[in-house]
Design a protein around this ligand. Structure first.
Ligand code: NDP
Length: 290
C-alpha cells in the first residue's frame, strides 16, 4: 500500500473544535447558544441513526438542539407549518429536514426544502444558497462537499490548478462539489452516467471525487499514479452473510496507485456532521450580525 490514508476522524475533530470555539464566542458575545432543529418524518432506521448522531454532536458542542419527530402520515400542510414555526423561532438558527421523506411526502420534497428560510438552511439546498454558491458568493454550502474541501485543505492537497474529476452530478453532492472545487481554482470535469470514456478522463485527474452510489466503482486502473481519491459513497452490501458499508472506490486496489485516499467507513462520512455543526454556528453568526 502506498497511499496516505485520510481518516475523517482527525479532520472532523478539527472542524468541530473550530465550531465549538466560534459557538463559545457567540455565547459570550450575545448570551445565546447557536441552535439546530432537525425534523424527521416517519421511522426510517438509517435516518434515525443519522439524526441521533447529529443530536449527539450538538450536545458535544453545547449547541441548543431540537428534534422534531413527526409520524409517517404527516401531511404536507403539517410539515410546512412546522417549518414555518421553526423559521420564526429565534432560538433556532439552523433547520434540517432529514431525507428521504416518506413516500407520501416525497413529491413535495422541493417545496419542503424551499420553505426553510435561506439563512437557516444549514444543508445549503435552498435555491437561493445554490445560486449564491454558483456565483461565488459566501453562503451556507452543502455539508458533505464542503467537508471534502476542508479536508483537502487541511491535508495540504493542492486544489488550485489541479484537475479535479467529480463522478456524479446530484444536487446534494456532485454539483456543489464541482462548484466548490471551481471556486478553489481547480479545473473541474463532471462525469455522470452518460459520460463516454470515463476511465480516460479519470486517469488525467489529480483529484477524483467519487459520488456515484455504486460499490467499488472506481478501480485502480482508473487512477493516475499519486492522485488523491476521495470516496463519498456509502453503500450497504452483504459480504459473507454480513451487512457491510463500502464506498464507491475499490479501496484495496486504488490505494496501491493513489497518493492519498479516504476509507469507507471512517472517511468523508464523519466530515458531514462536523460541517453541519460548522454551518449551524455560521448561520447563528449571520443571523446575530456577528
Ligand atoms: P445520486 O444517486 O443522486 O447520484 C449518483 C450520480 O452518479 C448521478 O449523477 C449519476 O449520473 C452518477 N452515475 C451513476 N452511474 C454512473 C456511471 N455508471 N458512470 C458515471 N456516473 C454514474 O447519489 P448521491 O449524489 O446522493 O450520493 C452518491 C453517493 O454518496 C451515495 O453512495 C450516497 O450514499 C453517498 N452520500 C454520502 C454522504 C456522506 O455523508 N458521506 C452524503 C450524501 C451521499 P446521472 O446523473 O446521469 O444519473
Amino acid at each position: 500500500m502506498s497511499a496516505k490514508i485520510l481518516y475523517g476522524k482527525e479532520f472532523a475533530a478539527r472542524i468541530k473544535e473550530e465550531a465549538r470555539r466560534e459557538a463559545d464566542e457567540v455565547k459570550r458575545g450575545k448570551g445565546i447558544a447557536p441552535g439546530l432543529a432537525v425534523i424527521i418524518v416517519g421511522s426510517d432506521p438509517a435516518s434515525e441513526v443519522y439524526v441521533r448522531n447529529k443530536q449527539k454532536a450538538c450536545d458535544e458542542l453545547a449547541l441548543y438542539s431540537v428534534k422534531v419527530e413527526l409520524p409517517e402520515e404527516t401531511s404536507r400542510e403539517e410539515l410546512i407549518a412546522k417549518i414555518d414555526e421553526l423559521n420564526d423561532d429565534e432560538k433556532v438558527h439552523g433547520i434540517l429536514v432529514q431525507l428521504p421523506l416518506p413516500r407520501s411526502l416525497a413529491k413535495h420534497e422541493a417545496e419542503v426544502l424551499n420553505r426553510i428560510r435561506p439563512e437557516k438552511d444549514v444543508d445549503g439546498f435552498h435555491p437561493m444558497n445554490v445560486g449564491r454558491l454558483s456565483i461565488g458568493e459566501r453562503t451556507l454550502t452543502p455539508c458533505t462537499p464542503t467537508g471534502v474541501i476542508r479536508m483537502l485543505e487541511m491535508a495540504n492537497i493542492k486544489i488550485d490548478g489541479a484537475h479535479a474529476v467529480v463522478i456524479g452530478r446530484s444536487n446534494i453532492v456532485g454539483k456543489p462539489m464541482a462548484n466548490l472545487l471551481l471556486q478553489k481554482n481547480a479545473t473541474v470535469t463532471v462525469c455522470h452516467s452518460h459520460t463516454k470514456n470515463l476511465k480516460e478522463i479519470t486517469r488525467t485527474a489529480d483529484i477524483i471525487v467519487a459520488a456515484v452510489g455504486h460499490p467499488k466503482f472506481v478501480t485502480a486502473d482508473m487512477v493516475k499514479d499519486g492522485a488523491t481519491v476521495i470516496d463519498v459513497g456509502i453503500n450497504r452490501v452483504m459480504v459473507g452473510g454480513e451487512r457491510k458499508l463500502v464506498g464507491d472506490v475499490d479501496f484495496d486496489g486504488a490505494s496501491e496507485v493513489a497518493g492519498a485516499i479516504t476509507p469507507v467507513p471512517g472517511g468523508v462520512g464523519l466530515l458531514t456532521i462536523a460541517m453541519l455543526m460548522h454551518n449551524t454556528v455560521a448561520a447563528a453568526k449571520m443571523q446575530l450580525g456577528i
